[in-house]
Design a protein around this ligand. Structure first.
Ligand SMILES: Nc1ncnc2c1ncn2[C@@H]1O[C@H](COP(=O)(O)OP(=O)(O)OP(=O)(O)O)[C@@H](O)[C@H]1O
Ligand SMILES: [Mg+2]
Length: 220
């Protein structure tokens, strides 16, 4: 069976994952503060919107204006895409979050690419871990049923891996897990990416040098 793939928009990533993300898959992007999680999401949506796949950016962290500004500063061009209804940016409250409105707008606006930024923000408002896990399972199943390709960002502090949030995050439920690191050593490629898992894909397994610059994230 051939796996249908879509181009990620992240410079240098497609050739390391057999041509792109599996269409309709759910990808978790993990990393500490400033690791590049949101930029990866923006780039992924921007690339899709430019090439006929509508995108929805659903943020619990930043205001709509800030997200648009972030995109412009990194060299993306969201405003025209928003005007043409190819890109939607929503800033939502994580309190009592319901995902059904997301599913509705995905159907209504023919959304093919979704970014949820971030899981850790929603997590804080759940009474306990099992409720969150149940919620996440329902969400992931609904997204897969519709066939929208989704990036969910999640916070993870660098190094220890002891983070409680990590254990209850979407890592086990999602099809792919990508981790971002910041070396702090200087040099052009002072960041790195590691693909921890990517179902149905013979992915690059070593740590990949990464940088952030005009246009977004670049891999070497
Ligand atoms: N034009 C640029 N050139 C180089 N690096 C940049 C540029 N713009 C932003 N960055 C880097 O990108 C980082 C922000 O990336 P991003 O917002 O994607 O991080 P994040 O992982 O979403 O962080 P958070 O957890 O705080 O939301 C900044 O801290 C900065 O280091
Ligand atoms: Mg962010």
């Amino acid at each position: 069976m051939v796996v249908e793939r879509i181009k990620t928009g992240i410079y240098g990533l497609d050739e390391k994952i057999e041509g792109g993300f599996e269409k309709g898959s759910v990808i978790t992007v993990l990393g500490g503060p400033g690791a590049g999680k949101s930029i990866i999401g923006m780039q992924f949506l921007h690339h899709g919107a430019k090439n006929g796949e509508n995108g929805l950016y659903y943020s619990f962290e930043e205001s709509r204006d800030d997200i648009i500004k972030d995109m412009e500063v990194i060299g993306l061009d969201p405003k025209d895409l928003i005007k043409q209804n190819k890109l939607s940016v929503v800033s939502a409250s994580p309190v009592d979050f319901e995902y059904l409105p997301i599913i509705d707008s995905i159907k209504k606006d023919n959304i093919k690419r979704l970014v949820i930024d971030s899981l850790s923000t929603i997590y804080m408002y759940f009474e306990n871990n099992s409720k969150f896990r149940r919620f996440l399972l329902d969400l992931v199943n609904s997204l897969k049923e519709i066939g929208v390709t989704t990036i969910m960002t999640d916070e993870q502090s660098q190094g220890t891996g002891e983070n409680e949030i990590m254990f209850f995050s979407g890592e086990y439920l999602s099809d792919a897990v990508i981790k971002l690191y910041y070396s702090g050593l200087g040099g052009e490629y002072d960041r790195s990416m590691q693909i921890i898992k990517m179902r149905r894909t013979n992915n690059e397994r070593s740590v990949i040098p990464m940088k952030i610059g005009q246009g977004g994230v670049y891999l070497r």
